[in-house]
Design a binder for this molecule. Structure first.
Ligand code: 1CP
Length: 336
């Protein structure tokens, strides 16, 4: 078993730099696009255990990576809670109206039943990729709440006050999400996931005085529960700037995934030893190789004697050439 990712996180080994990429299974790979073309309903694709397993394995067939991430989506949780979801080409996810009674009354067993193909896909991947760490994932409560209430991507315009105006409802929803998110991770772990990543892709929308209530406190409960199962948790609270340090003190993740706005040297000096993942701006991979190499070396040099997992500061962009991913991996493997 290749435990290189887990060893970096748990034993804080620094002699080898494990590599994987957020969004490594998906949009930039022609073999994914081929399958996607024939499967216009994205949710159905995520619930097709055979294809979902096949897509998860596509990147490791091409590249020398240390982990597989299961092909699924953070929005499978609102789907499992009964909210309608559609993925529109060029627009992204569009969610249906939220029925609070349906959501708050969803029974754990019904949720697990509805998402059972996700767990079956993990079992298949585990069998096929015995020599890799297998990463399960969930969205953090805030990012999920944001999609559930905003009903679309906040990319173009977003008003936080509209989202959080009903305090008592927010409280009920957060409690429900804390339970369901943990349930979904527990089922992924039972099926074979040996690391969990929590994506809080929109944590950066929260003003500083709301981070504790909507990001740190709910996330820390989930992290504590996952750690009690002896499974390491990587947290990615994207876009919170210098608050990464407060996040780590409050949440105590096993590993912190950083975005491209954070200076790696600064985070290393302020973290007190929490293993770090990622950082490199995915846009760099669209440029020339000299620039790519220079930027990879920046991260590898800063984290030379520090537990560090190579990854990007966000997902691989759809325009990225697969050959560039190969080049990045070779550059890291050949570094003396
Ligand atoms: O072909 C398509 O149209 C589908 C594109 C796609 C893919 C390949 C979506 C729609 N989701 C996924 C898979 C996915 N999503 C994975 C598994 C693959 C892997 O990582 O290798 C993972 C981990 C996610 C996680 C995810 N989904 C996040 C967190 C990570 C991040 O990028 O910040 C988020 C925010 C989503 C929501 C989502 N799903 C899909 C889209 C286009 C979006 C983003 C919408 C937005 O911009 O708000």
């Amino acid at each position: 078993m290749n435990e290189k990712l887990r060893n970096c996180i748990e034993k804080k080994t620094t002699s080898y730099t494990p590599i994987w990429f957020m969004r490594q299974a998906g949009r930039y790979l022609p073999e994914f696009r081929e399958i996607r073309k024939k499967n216009p309903d994205f949710i159905k694709l995520c619930l097709n255990e055979r294809l979902s397993a096949e897509i998860s394995l596509q990147p490791i067939k091409r590249f020398d990576l240390d982990a597989v991430i299961i092909f699924s989506d953070i929005l499978m949780i609102p789907y499992g809670l009964g909210q309608k979801i559609e993925f529109k080409k060029g627009i992204g996810p569009i969610l249906g109206d939220l029925n609070f009674n349906v959501i708050l009354n969803t029974k754990p067993n019904d949720f697990i039943e509805k998402l059972s193909p996700v767990y079956e896909a993990i079992k298949r991947v585990k069998k096929e990729a015995k020599d890799k760490n297998l990463i399960g994932f969930v969205g953090a409560p805030w990012t999920l709440l944001m999609y559930m209430l905003n009903k679309k991507s906040p990319k173009n315009n977003f008003d936080i006050n509209k989202i959080i105006k009903n305090k008592s409802l927010m409280r009920d929803l957060i409690i429900k999400l804390e339970d369901i998110i943990f349930l979904h991770t527990k089922e992924q772990i039972k099926a074979g996931a040996d690391i969990i990543q929590i994506f809080d892709s929109w944590a950066g929308l929260l003003p500083k005085n709301k981070l504790s209530e909507y990001c740190y406190i709910p996330t820390s409960k989930i992290v504590k529960n996952i750690k009690s199962l002896e499974i390491p948790v990587i947290c990615f609270p994207k876009g919170i700037g210098e608050n990464y340090i407060d996040f780590c003190s409050a949440v105590e993740p096993s590993c912190i995934s950083i975005d491209y706005e954070i200076e790696p040297q600064w985070i290393k000096e302020n973290l007190h030893g929490t293993p770090v993942q990622g950082g490199l701006d995915p846009k760099i991979l669209l440029g020339d190789r000299e620039e790519i190499k220079k930027n990879i070396n920046k991260y590898l040099d800063v984290f030379k004697d520090y537990p560090y997992i190579f990854n990007l500061g966000h997902g691989v962009l759809p325009e990225t050439k697969p050959e560039t991913i190969e080049y990045v991996i070779q550059t890291i493997r050949n570094k003396k």
